[in-house]
Design a protein around this ligand. Structure first.
Ligand SMILES: Cc1ncc(COP(=O)(O)O)c(C=O)c1O
Length: 351
């Protein structure tokens, strides 16, 4: 991987510095993180070849009728581990130096990043410890263990689990694998953008869920480099949406993250590096309410026969909320499928 901050033990130092700087999910500006380029994303694609699936893109007649233009669904819910997170996790781990790999890795996550890091670590023979907050979906914790990671419970929210992971990194020398605030992670997620344009070269609009912003930053970097006229639209859950105020003020701004069924994108503050990229390359970040998220998840299951978790359905929720405001051909990224089935039962009952 050619990323300019990878493969050195300085990375571990940068992560340790991050740890001491803050308990929220941000990168240390002192790490000098440089945004990945199209070449970095292509290099990540080569590293991921044979590791991740090229996920299918499927045309949705129902959504095309609603929106009034061709709508396609990019099925990262069918990715290994059930979300795009394996891309960034594997790209990051593969770029570690032998010394860093020997030290092991540590991550904090309520679910999808945990599974991505756990499988990446297993494939690369690296020891992984994952801190999950109390109340993280039992299925996601069990899947993370099945991939061979040691799962520890810490705190009630991801930020508290992250503080525990950072403390673990400081004490043991393990490398912290941040869920979104690292160039290698962003480059890995950007391979979704490469696949979209390979599968539908004339895509006019890409709609993608935004948490800390790593996925949107990577996708926008790839898409804008290859086809600058394609619009990239990010979507956050209304109850946990730090991007709109951050974009308005010009710097990452924390909000109080309220309750949302879209646990995958429940983040209180944008990542430093993702924010810089999103600010420059993403055309717009919208928000969607809980009812739209539920309807979107329901629609994916009923109409497209696709099991998608609420965060992964956020782009479809944005289409439902303002169908007339999009131009096609449009690709909605279904970023994850690790739905809590008990919760889904309640959601379906409410629709
Ligand atoms: C299903 C799903 N979609 C989207 C995201 C957002 O990714 P990012 O934090 O890189 O913006 C996440 C993050 O965990 C996720 O799990």
């Amino acid at each position: 991987m050619p990323s300019r901050t990878t493969g050195t033990d300085a990375d571990a130092d940068a992560d340790a510095a991050t740890a001491s700087a803050t308990a929220t999910a941000t990168a240390d500006p002192r790490s000098g993180a440089v945004p990945p380029t199209l070449a970095d994303i292509r290099a990540a694609g080569a590293v991921l070849d044979g590791v991740v699936r090229t996920t299918p893109m499927t045309h949705s007649r129902h959504l095309s009728g609603l929106v009034g233009c061709p709508v396609h669904l990019k099925c990262e819910n069918l990715q290994r581990t059930g979300s795009f997170k394996l891309r960034g996790g594997y790209a990051r781990l593969a770029a570690l130096s032998p010394r860093q790999r020997a030290a092991g890795v540590v991550a904090a996550s309520a679910g999808n990043h945990a599974q991505g890091v756990a499988l990446a670590a297993a494939l690369l023979g690296v020891r992984a410890t994952v801190f999950m907050p109390e109340g993280a979906p039992a299925g996601k914790a069990a899947a993370t263990r099945r991939h061979g990671a040691e799962v520890r419970t810490a705190g009630r929210v991801v930020d508290e689990a992250l503080a525990a992971a950072q403390d673990h990194a400081r004490r043991t020398g393990a490398v912290l694998i941040h869920p979104f605030d690292h160039p290698d992670v962003i480059a890995g997620q950007g391979t979704v953008g490469l696949e979209i344009l390979a599968q539908l070269p004339w895509t006019a609009t890409v709609v993608v869920a935004v948490g800390g912003g790593g996925l949107a930053a990577g996708v926008a970097t790839a898409v804008k480099a290859l086809r600058p006229q394609t619009r990239v639209i990010g979507v956050q859950a209304e109850n946990a949406a730090p991007y709109p105020p951050s974009l308005a003020s010009g710097r990452p701004t924390a909000v109080r993250a309220g309750t949302t069924i879209a646990d995958g994108i429940k983040v209180a503050r944008p990542g430093e590096l993702p924010f810089r990229i999103v600010k420059d390359l993403v055309d717009e970040v919208r928000t969607v309410g809980e009812d739209a998220l539920r309807s979107a998840q329901h629609l994916c299951l009923e109409r497209a026969k696709l099991l998608v978790e609420p965060a992964g359905a956020a782009p479809v929720a944005a289409l439902l909320a303002a169908p007339e405001s999009f131009t096609g051909p449009l690709v909605a990224v279904l970023s994850g499928g690790n739905a809590d089935l008990a919760e889904l039962g309640r959601t379906l009952g409410a629709c």
